[in-house]
Design a protein around this ligand. Structure first.
Ligand SMILES: [Zn+2]
Length: 83
């Protein structure tokens, strides 16, 4: 049995204890909660990166289309002017 320090009040509590005897702060939950938060953060960052990639891809497609339509329009206008 080892003693771990409560992150909330600093009291030494048994590592087998689920909660701090002094402040009733959950001890075993802290690590799993931290890991879960970290996983959620990584998940969020991954989603954000994915969204940014999609936006960049959409922008490149839109700008390419914009470049294609501009000469087409000028050609069309030139054709009309010739007639
Ligand atoms: Zn405590």
């Amino acid at each position: 049995m080892t003693l771990i320090k409560c992150k909330k009040c600093g009291t030494l509590v048994s590592d087998k204890a689920k909660r701090c005897v002094k402040c009733n702060n959950s001890l075993k939950f802290q690590d799993t909660e931290y890991k879960n938060n970290l996983l959620k953060l990584i998940e969020k960052v991954a989603i954000i990166i994915l969204i940014i990639c999609i936006i960049i891809l959409l922008f490149t497609i839109l700008f390419k289309k914009g470049d294609d339509t501009k000469p087409q329009n000028s050609n069309y206008i030139d054709g009309v002017e010739e007639i």
